[in-house]
Design a protein around this ligand. Sequence first.
Ligand SMILES: [Zn+2]
Length: 293
Amino acid sequence: MRDSGKFYHHSGAVGALFVPRGIVLDGTAIVLLGIAYAYVIRYCPFIYLNVIALCGFAGGVGWAISDAVRNGKCRNRVIHVLAGMAAILLALYTTWVAWLLIFSGHQYLILDPRHIWRLLPPIAARGVWSIGSSGTPVTGILLYIARAAEAVGLAVVTVFFARLTAPGAFCERCGKWGRRLRDSDRLAFASGTDRKAFVKSLAMGDMEAVLGLKPCAQDCLDWLTVEIDSCPSCKDLLLLSVSRHVMTPNRAGEPQIKSTVVMRNRLIDLPTCTRLVEEWSTATGEATAATAG
Ligand SMILES: [Zn+2]
């Protein structure tokens, strides 16, 4: 079980600008993206381009969520998740409103979700597009499944991009998000190490395990990397994360690297950070000298 005092946790605070900025700027961006996406799926006959447009739309929504969190200084995970769900619902709602407007020849702007819901059965019965060269429109349950798959796809890709672009730790003293200070080279398990037990001790925040790591050969197949994040203005917030990378052949026999985070955002002090950086520098220098010799 983790000792919570060793690891960084968000304070739970939310910046005063989070809601107004999120609604005005990021909400508007989502609405504009939703309108553009509705035009693409209405007029583009190529399903592959529609899928690419959906991924681009979801990527934009994910980025908007992270932009609101970053610039609104939201350090509350529950509010972060609720804001993300609201953004996805706004994206879906905007798409359906804009699509119905376009579908009606720009005659009807239907904003009430209940009216939109009631229009679905007649539209599904008639069909709106076809797959393949037959020209037979997709109708009924198939159309519902297609719309449901689109909604699920939008949600999944949005969450992926939102996680990818989400800010990390926040320095409460300076009011700033942390940033990457240092990445290590590939670090090896010591020979004879019980790797399962070693990884478990890392996950528990064992700093002695980290301090004992040494660089490994570039052709090793199982290695660790250490990342240090810090506040850009002070050295009160220093965080260490460790990832494990294993290279294995895929089904085609080509090498692929599977990476997992072993230790995330372990709080460290400045002397420990300095010691780690010096050890890596010394070890790298020794390795370089040995190679040159
Ligand atoms: Zn700071």
